[in-house]
Every structure is written in structure tokens, then in C-alpha cells.
Write a protein that binds this ligand. Sequence first.
Ligand code: NAP
Length: 257
Amino acid sequence: MKITVVGGTGTVGSLVVEAAQARGHEAIPASRSTGVDVTTGEGLNEALRGADAVIDVSSMPTLSVSPAVKFFSTAAKNVLAAAEAAEVPHVVRLSIIGVDRNPHGFYAGQLAMEKIYNDAAVPTTILRAAQFHEFAAQTLQRSTLGPVVLAPRARVQPVAGWEVAEKLVSLAEGQPLGRAADLAGPHEEDLAEMVRAYARSQGSRRLILPVRLPVPMMRGMAAGLQLPREGAQLGTETFAEWLGVVGDGASSSKTDT
Ligand SMILES: NC(=O)c1ccc[n+]([C@@H]2O[C@H](COP(=O)([O-])OP(=O)(O)OC[C@H]3O[C@@H](n4cnc5c(N)ncnc54)[C@H](OP(=O)(O)O)[C@@H]3O)[C@@H](O)[C@H]2O)c1
């Protein structure tokens, strides 16, 4: 199959490209760095031409409702319009567990995107996943203020990015489902402790301060609204196992993450 991976240069997107190639598919990453912009539509028609499936994992980091809704709504409309024009038979989109229970901040954007997918003219599948193990690294980067890290407390059940990537590829290989079963990891973790463990595995000596961020989205995460419910599938790799691999690979070279 030819699979266009929108956002295929990002954290999970690059793993989707790898997983698709490992399964013998032609996987084409599409993002701004390859000349494709989901907010303007630039390059999308060309990127989707001849695709047997599209997997969209494009994203932008924000905690604010308005930019999140604007980005994810525009991206959804543009990707689906280009898929319809190119007669792509299946578009798979990644979302996040619990966005309906916690429709604030970034999650408002994911929810708006899901609604557009639900009404799409093109056959679609939405997979809601839990936070990735890699979210520890993303949160560390976004929460570092000089020598201090304000690590948000949150109840999460993280899943390895590679397991999400494999699931997205297998969904793209199958028939459109509308909504797939949610995918989380094997154990609940505290996000602040994940950030601390990841930072230490990278040799960082920064002060890690666990904080309860007083914004609705983070209050919802701290209350467990992103945890999987009955019927979710669970991945196998624990955060500690993932950290063992990532930490071993990087701890000797990075000392001040
Ligand atoms: N992170 C998590 O823990 C998590 C958990 C569950 C679900 N998800 C879902 O996974 C998605 C991807 O998350 P991620 O952490 O992999 O994101 P990421 O690392 O920030 O990657 C974002 C990707 O989107 C591309 N992109 C950004 N703006 C674009 C634009 N205007 N046009 C085209 N491409 C654009 C980026 O490439 P360029 O910069 O080259 O454009 C990059 O490839 C999220 O939106 C969410 O739905 C994430």
C-alpha cells in the first residue's frame, strides 16, 4: 500500500513511517518540512495523490483553546477535502483518550477535529490513544524554565509510541471503522514522576518541581480524565522498560537536558 503520513516527521509520525515501511508499505511523510501545510492546504493534493490510505498525526503544541480549535479544525477540513479530491478510500486520524470528558485547552482542538471526522464524506477511523511514553520528553522540554522544571502532576496510563504507530498502520490496512477501540499502556503513572525519571535518565541535574497547574485541562488530567475506561486495549511495554532503552542510548552523551 501507499500510505501518506501527515505529520510523519513528528514524534509518533516518524514511528508510523518506520512501522509502515517495516510492513512492506510505501510510506510518504508529509509535513511543513516536506512542503505540506495542513493549515493552508499547500502541497496536500500532491501528497495524497495515489495514496491507498492516509494516517494523520499532525499536531501543534498549545494549552489554549482558540489556537488548538483553529489548528485542528482547519487541518481536519483540509486533509479530508484533499482525501476526497484524491479519492483516498480511508483516512486514519489519531486522537487522545478522554477528550470528551475533558474538553479544555489542547483537547478542545482534538474534540473539534473528531466531530469533523465523524461527518466526513471520506471513510475514516479515529484511534484515541493515551499519552505516549515519549510525552515525558515533550513535557520536560515544554516545562523547563532555566534551571527548574515545573513538572505537571497528572494521572496517565502511557503507551509506547511504537505500539501506537503499529496500531495506526494495522488500522490503515483494514476497513474504516469510524472509531477504533482506545489504546493505552499497561500501567498508570504520575506524569511528574515520568518527567523526573526521563530527565535523570538523560543526565539532567535540574530541579524538578511537581506542580498542580491551575488550568481546567490540567486539573482534568490530574483527576484522571485521560485514563482508559473499560473496553480499551492495553499495550505491553511499560514506561520503565521504554526508559531503559531510551535512557541507555542517551545518558552518556546528554548531560544538561
Ligand atoms: N504526544 C502524545 O503523548 C499524544 C498522545 C496521544 C495522542 N496524540 C496525538 O498524536 C498527535 C501527534 O502528536 P506528536 O506528539 O507526535 O506531535 P509532534 O511530535 O509535535 O509532531 C507534529 C507533527 O505535525 C507536523 N506539523 C505541525 N504543523 C504542521 C502544519 N501546519 N502542516 C503540516 N504538518 C504540520 C510536524 O512537522 P513540521 O514541523 O515539519 O510541520 C510534525 O511532523 C497529536 O495531535 C495527538 O492527536 C499525542
